[in-house]
Ligand binder design. Structure first.
Ligand SMILES: Nc1ncnc2c1ncn2[C@@H]1O[C@H](COP(=O)(O)OP(=O)(O)OP(=O)(O)O)[C@@H](O)[C@H]1O
Length: 341
């Protein structure tokens, strides 16, 4: 009978690792602690009725290696034996994975916990530095990821290990600060009266800012998707789109600076999520870093903190692979989220 276990011992290889978001699921297989991860094509969650079918058809049917355990990062809170995903109809049932797919051991973690694991070990080829001082290898770090939503996590170094600290930091309050903010704010769409960071800093947030900029100027919004807005902005073709992405960069810098102060993240603040990579040229501009540093009385502190855009295409899998190989390097508690045969 599969039961949640509180044991923190190593998982048996081969280990399947997976990062399952609202839109895409990315998987890789670790045959042993030393081999390079074998990756599989990214699958669309909408193409499969459930995760078991996706694993069977896109992984298990395509390899002779039978994974003995799985570590899956999920976009959603992990509670109980049935875990529904945010923004996707899949429900992950570890007991079914053990009973039907041949796994002996299944661990579930939060998707931003996996992003935090990743930033412990990304090399310079997997990140681009956007300002700030030098590296401090043992200092705390933080990661923010604008994508379908806004994920946030800290990464604390203690007792020779890295401890990921996932939370709901994407839902902190945002307020107007500049004169232009005060013009735009009345037109932003709130949730129950509140403008949270996630109302601005995700795909939906790009549209929220774009429509508010247009409304504040008395213009009709003509662009329909976040990709349209960023494409026009990066091509310097549309005034409202250009301002939208400049404001997005400013607001992302403000929140990133706040998160840096909360975690005292002298080791750096990392921007993950699909959108950071897509607007990288804009993040290299002055707005992001200026807003990040504009934190009197702590301007000098913030100036010293490096910021990075994560450029690795599947960073969460890098984090999960590092954890699978050397769990003792990380303070990841598996109580209540590990199931064994
Ligand atoms: N070129 C683009 N510029 C800005 N935003 C974009 C662009 N293309 C897609 N988006 C938006 O990015 C969001 C998806 O982000 P991302 O790719 O990080 O997904 P995610 O949250 O990791 O999702 P998942 O892991 O569920 O697939 C969507 O809101 C989408 O509208």
């Amino acid at each position: 009978m599969a039961r949640p276990s509180d044991s923190d011992t190593n998982l048996p290889f081969p280990i399947l690792i997976g990062d399952i978001g609202g839109t895409n699921a990315r998987f890789a297989l670790l045959v042993d602690a030393f081999a390079e991860p074998r990756s599989f094509p990214i699958v669309k969650t909408a193409d499969f009725a459930n995760i078991d079918e996706a694993l069977q058809r896109s992984i298990l049917d395509t390899t002779s290696v039978q994974p003995r355990s799985a570590i899956l990062a999920l976009a959603g809170p992990i509670e109980g034996d049935e875990v529904p995903l945010t923004n996707c109809p899949w429900v992950v049932r570890p007991r079914d994975m053990i009973g039907k797919l041949g796994f002996e051991d299944v661990v579930l973690v939060n998707d931003f916990e996996a992003q935090a694991l990743a930033i412990a070990s990304l090399s310079d080829t997997d990140r681009e530095k956007i300002g700030g001082g030098g590296e401090r290898p043992a200092a705390s770090r933080a990661v923010l990821g604008p994508g379908t939503g806004l994920g946030v996590a800290g990464l604390v170094h203690a007792r020779h290990a890295w401890f990921p600290v996932p939370g709901e930091g994407g839902h902190v309050d945002m307020g107007p600060r500049t004169e232009r903010d005060y013009q735009i704010w009345p037109f932003l769409e709130p949730i129950e009266g509140r403008i949270s960071a996630e109302q601005l800093l995700c795909g939906r947030g790009i549209m929220n800012i774009y429509r508010a900029v247009s409304a504040a100027d008395g213009d009709d919004p003509v662009l329909a998707t976040p990709a349209d807005v960023t494409a026009r902005a990066l091509a310097q073709e549309d005034r409202a789109a250009i301002e939208t992405i400049a404001l997005f960069s400013t607001y992302l810098g403000r929140v990133a600076g706040d998160i840096a102060m909360i975690f005292m993240a002298k080791g750096g603040v990392y921007l993950a999520g699909g959108i950071s990579q897509k607007i990288l040229p804009a993040l290299r501009g002055p707005e992001f870093r200026a807003a990040f540093e504009d934190k009197a009385p702590h301007t000098a502190l913030l100036r010293s903190i490096p910021t990075y855009v994560v450029t690795h295409p599947v960073a969460a899998l890098v984090g999960l692979a590092a954890f699978a190989r050397m769990p003792e390097r990380f303070g990841v508690a598996t109580e209540g989220r590990r199931w064994k045969r």
